[in-house]
Design a protein around this ligand. Structure first.
Ligand code: 13P
Length: 322
């Protein structure tokens, strides 16, 4: 990818990976992938050089679909821990590798399986919808999973009026607004990266780029979502910007989406809604760590069988809704 997002990354304090000079990592990764029958899945928030070599790039929903249907023996998941864990739950017989062992998700870490059990006790009989940004234990305690692109459809598919929604309160609020007949019990978790965006950022951007369309992820706070021209998952934001007649877009999600759009629509203009829209965990994966993952089979994701079985139920139920 010749398009550069270094300005945005540097502004956020991002430090560029040091690549050894004596080895062509891209060639080595390609060779190892062939040798091991491995597939490389990458989220849109990954660095450009990783999106470049990925076999498949997508949002959380598309990546879980891909993980469920691949016939590769090894899945190298360029994303964060809950994504690789979801792939393992859907493909328990495959080796799933997370190249950056410590690539976690602070939002997923806000809630445990025990917290979900206690919510269920408190709101006896109400079903639990868990955002895919959650641990296997949380999924195992939930009735159905959702992603940002299908959360409304998943909640609407439940016959119950009252629904427990965990862990993202901003996404939950967005869903509740679209489904006024439902009562959502929300866990107060938030994505620290998306939570940096404030309504004033939108107002300032509108003043500077009056012709621009402002596109926001539903993990942004309700007042921000309210002011945006379009709200959607990473893939939905990309599709909207690609197909719209507008020429200028303000991107209200992680910077990786910006890099993708600058490649697919070089004639259009894309700006980041807030300079802090860089997910530090998504940026932990580098070419070197992917190479090491393939050489050393690291870091393998394991999920206890009884947890995986219950979690799989919640994920496959979601995959049937959409
Ligand atoms: P998507 O559903 O858009 O992939 O959201 C992923 C995510 O974790 C946003 O922070």
């Amino acid at each position: 990818m010749n398009i550069n997002i270094n300005n945005e990354l540097l502004k956020s304090g991002f430090v560029q990976e040091k690549i050894p000079e004596n080895i062509n990592l891209v060639e080595e990764i390609t060779r190892l992938k062939r040798e091991k029958n491995a597939i490389l899945l990458a989220h849109y928030y990954q660095k450009p050089e990783i999106q470049d070599i990925a076999d498949f790039i997508g949002d959380s929903l598309e990546l879980s679909r891909q993980a469920a249907k691949t016939d590769a023996a090894v899945i190298v998941f360029c994303g964060v821990h809950f994504m690789a864990e979801t792939a393992k739950i859907l493909s328990p017989d495959k080796v799933v590798l997370l190249p950056a062992m410590d690539a976690g998700c602070p939002l997923a870490d806000t809630i445990t399986g025990d917290d979900v059990k206690s919510l269920k006790r408190q709101h006896h009989g109400s079903p639990v919808v868990c955002y895919i940004n959650s641990s296997a234990e949380v999924k195992a305690e939930s009735d159905v999973c959702c992603t940002s692109s299908n959360a409304i459809k998943v909640v609407a598919s439940l016959p119950d009026r009252k629904v427990i929604f965990v862990p993202d309160a901003n996404l939950g609020n967005y869903v509740a607004k679209q489904l006024p007949d439902k009562e959502l019990i929300l866990w107060q978790g938030r994505c620290v990266t998306h939570a940096k965006v404030k309504p004033n950022d939108i107002l300032q951007m509108r003043e500077k780029y009056s012709e621009a369309k402002i596109l926001a992820h539903p993990e942004c706070e309700p007042a921000v979502v309210e002011l945006a021209d379009f709200v959607g998952s990473t893939s939905e934001i990309i599709r909207y910007a690609e197909n719209s007649d507008a020429q200028v877009f303000i991107i209200g999600t992680e910077v990786g989406v910006l890099c993708n759009l600058r490649v697919s629509r070089p004639e259009k203009h894309f700006f980041l809604l807030h300079p802090g829209l860089v997910c530090p965990n998504m940026k932990k994966t580098g070419l070197q760590s992917i190479y090491e993952a393939l050489v050393n089979n690291q870091y393998q994701i394991h999920v206890a069988e009884e947890v995986a079985e219950k979690a799989q139920h919640a994920i496959t139920r979601m995959l049937k809704v959409v």
